[in-house]
Ligand binder design. Sequence first.
Ligand code: GLU
Length: 429
Amino acid sequence: MSDNDIFGQAIARLDEALEFADIDREAVARLRHPKQVLEVSIPVRMDNGDLQIFTGYRVRHDDTRGPTKGGIRYHPGVTLSEVKALAFWMTLKCAVAGIPYGGGKGGVTVNPKELSRLELERLTRGFTSQIADFIGPETDIPAPDVYTNAMVMGWLMDEYSKIHRKRSPGVVTGKPIPLGGSQGREDATGRGAYYCIKSLEAAEGWRPGDMTVAVQGFGNAGQHVARLLQEDGYKIVAVSDSKGGIHNCEGFDIPSLCTAKNETRVLRAVYCHGSVCELVDADVISNEELLELDVDILIPAALENQITGRNAGQIKAPYVFEVANGPTTSDADQILSQKGTTVVPDVLCNAGGVTVSYFEWVQNRGGFYWTVDEVHERLREIMVREFAEVWNFAKSRGTSPRTAAYALALGRIGDAVESQGTARYFAGN
Ligand code: GLU
């Protein structure tokens, strides 16, 4: 699929859900267009003295239900169409989670692995100053996404606060805890997905020890969901990062893999006792091979468009939990549904991150901070409740969980739009 089509393909999915959604056509027409799009160029003085110009975007898709909310990604593949699609998914995700936000997203086309830490800070401060009139605690609130982290969010908050001459922790979430971040934000995306898996475990009567899992993407979300599942007895038999993957039928010790990866930046099959790590048996596999493994649960936790019309026929896992945004294309959806694969969609499965972002924003506004147990419990309550809503809707209406999640989200957005009046209301005057 051409990159330019990502937004077009994303909104095409609205049509599949409309049949089941209680929403006025006018409201849907609005969702087909992002509300505001900003493209900026960011000049950065590199360590060697050269000036490099980077391109960045911030998109506010829809703010009917509240300020727009969504991460900022640093990746060489970032395009405007991708950022628009990601902002659209955020609109749906916030509605599925029932939190009072619309959808936004940002991105800079850059390979952050090629930048020094100082260059990364200059890039972040430069990007922040270019978008400083577009974002704000009541309008549009960024957060981490692919290849950005708490420190990047801390720089953003600091730069924004300097520009506006007042400390503004609520302008961004996913900040370091000493700068106003929330307990429990770091593992929130993985934990939210874990609560979804636990809900399905209860519904289907799985025994964790019998379940094998493959995780594509060993970044923040992938590492945490794998760790939580392993603690419960699930066998994580394969993981991968952008360079490739490892597979062992006996399962890996996830904390060991995390220690090694976070220290050396390389994914290696190891078992660590304290700080001493030794190699364990494993097959080296590609990212494509990982997706096609004969496992019970497949967790794409990397980038969009991984399960496509080309490889969907070869996916053997009966359950797919989308921790990444947009990992499955619509043609792949059709093939998976014919095979009877259950796909728990991104807009539900990875909503834990933005849900705890909402908690962080609430805490920043109140100036009163919660314990990690309070954060976990409130997150669990929302994920379990919304999983059940989506699941029951899908079962009662005979739709896929994705169509159910979209229909529920559209109903909630539709309620907000209609409460301001639509043609139906005004024609009645
Ligand atoms: N980037 C994350 C997502 O795609 C989190 C967004 C947020 O916390 O605002 O859901």
